[in-house]
Design a protein around this ligand. Structure first.
Ligand SMILES: Cc1cc2nc3c(=O)[nH]c(=O)nc-3n(C[C@H](O)[C@H](O)[C@H](O)COP(=O)(O)OP(=O)(O)OC[C@H]3O[C@@H](n4cnc5c(N)ncnc54)[C@H](O)[C@@H]3O)c2cc1C
Length: 63
């Protein structure tokens, strides 16, 4: 579910709060959710995905 911080109820709490929706943040969020944790991902831009949203959709692992 996507919403704004202002729209969240004041008393809402989460087990894990992730700052940033890039590959690193979303990976952390997914694994926390798989482990049964409630998760909030906060993204400062209007777009989900961070730099990976601009990538060529391949995994580049030098060295
Ligand atoms: C043009 C381009 C093409 C690329 N192509 C490839 C490719 O083909 N293959 C590949 O493997 N890699 C590619 N890369 C590299 C890869 O995309 C990045 O290394 C990777 O996406 C980094 O992920 P990240 O989660 O660490 O950071 P980011 O993707 O930078 O995510 C960080 C997120 O956190 C948010 N954020 C920052 N500060 C805050 C805050 N205070 N509060 C809330 N949110 C915040 C940002 O807005 C952003 O959404 C490319 C990079 C670029 C620039």
């Amino acid at each position: 579910m996507f919403t704004t911080l202002a729209a969240l109820p004041e008393q809402t709490s989460y087990d894990v709060i992730v700052a940033g929706s890039g590959a690193a943040g979303l990976a952390a969020a997914v694994f926390a959710a798989i482990e049964g944790r409630s998760v909030l991902v906060i993204e400062r831009t209007d777009h989900v995905g961070g730099t990976s949203a601009l990538s060529a959709a391949t995994t580049w692992v030098p060295n």
